[in-house]
Write a protein that binds this ligand. Structure first.
Ligand SMILES: Cc1cc2nc3c(=O)[nH]c(=O)nc-3n(C[C@H](O)[C@H](O)[C@H](O)COP(=O)(O)O)c2cc1C
Length: 192
C-alpha cells in the first residue's frame, strides 16, 4: 500500500506541509508506505504544449523530476494534493503540476477525456489560506479537487480547508492535526 503526496507549498514548516505530514503519519499508522514530493524542491518544468500525450496516451514527453511521480500516480493506492492559496488561487507550483497531468487524461471515443489512472484509489485534498472564510476560495478549491481527484476517478475520502492561517497556524490546532491523521488512515482503509 503506497500513498503519494504532492505538496505545492514552498514552506517546509508551513501549514500545508504540516497537514500533509500528519495525513502521511495517519496513513503509515494504517500500514502504508508513503512518498512526499515537494514541488518547490525539485526540477519542475511546465507543460510544453507538444500534445504528444494526445497520441501517446498516459505519457508526458516533458522529462524532469516530476516524471516518476506522474507514473506513480498510476501505481499508488492513494493520492494527497496540497496547495496554499496564492493571489486568490492555487500556488504556481501546483498549477504546473496540474498542467502536466493533462497527459493522464487521454482522449475518449466521444471527443471527451478518459483517465489513465486505474480505478479504486483514494484521494485527499489540503489547502491553506489567510482569509478566515472557508467559502472564500471555493471555486479554485473545487477546481483543484476536480482536476487532480475526481476527474481521474480517485475517490475523495476527506479534505482540509485550513483558514485564518496567520491567527490559527495548523501546528497549534490539535483538531486539525487529528482530522488530518484520520483522513490519512482513511486513504488506506477505503482503498478498493
Ligand atoms: C504570494 C502570496 C499570496 C497570497 N495570497 C493569498 C490570498 O489571495 N488569499 C488568502 O487568503 N491568503 C493568501 N496568502 C496567504 C497564504 O495563503 C497563507 O499564509 C497560507 O497559510 C500559506 O500556506 P503554507 O503555510 O502552507 O505555505 C498569500 C500568501 C502569499 C505568500
Amino acid at each position: 500500500m503506497h500513498i503519494l503526496a504532492i505538496n505545492g507549498s514552498p514552506r517546509k514548516q508551513g501549514n500545508t506541509s504540516i497537514i500533509i505530514r500528519e495525513m502521511l503519519e495517519g496513513a503509515k499508522s494504517a500500514g502504508a508506505e508513503t512518498t512526499e514530493v515537494r514541488l518547490h524542491d525539485i526540477h519542475l518544468k511546465g507543460c510544453m504544449g507538444c500534445l504528444s500525450c494526445r497520441t501517446d496516451h498516459g505519457r508526458c514527453k516533458q522529462k524532469d523530476d516530476l516524471s516518476p511521480y506522474l507514473e506513480a500516480m498510476k501505481t499508488c493506492d492513494g493520492l494527497i494534493v496540497g496547495s496554499p492559496i496564492y493571489m486568490y488561487h492555487i500556488s504556481g507550483q501546483i498549477k504546473m503540476f496540474v498542467d502536466r497531468t493533462y497527459s493522464l487524461y487521454p482522449p475518449d471515443e466521444k471527443g471527451g477525456y478518459g483517465t489513465a489512472i486505474p480505478p479504486g484509489k483514494t484521494y485527499a485534498l489540503v489547502t491553506s489560506q489567510g482569509h478566515p472564510e472557508p467559502e472564500q476560495y471555493k471555486r479554485p478549491i473545487r477546481w483543484l479537487a476536480g482536476m487532480t481527484g475526481s476527474g481521474f476517478g480517485y475517490t475523495e475520502v476527506g479534505r482540509i480547508v485550513h483558514v485564518d492561517s496567520h491567527a490559527n497556524p495548523a501546528k497549534n490546532d490539535p483538531k486539525i492535526l487529528e482530522e488530518a491523521r484520520r483522513i490519512g488512515r482513511l486513504l488506506v482503509t477505503q482503498r478498493k
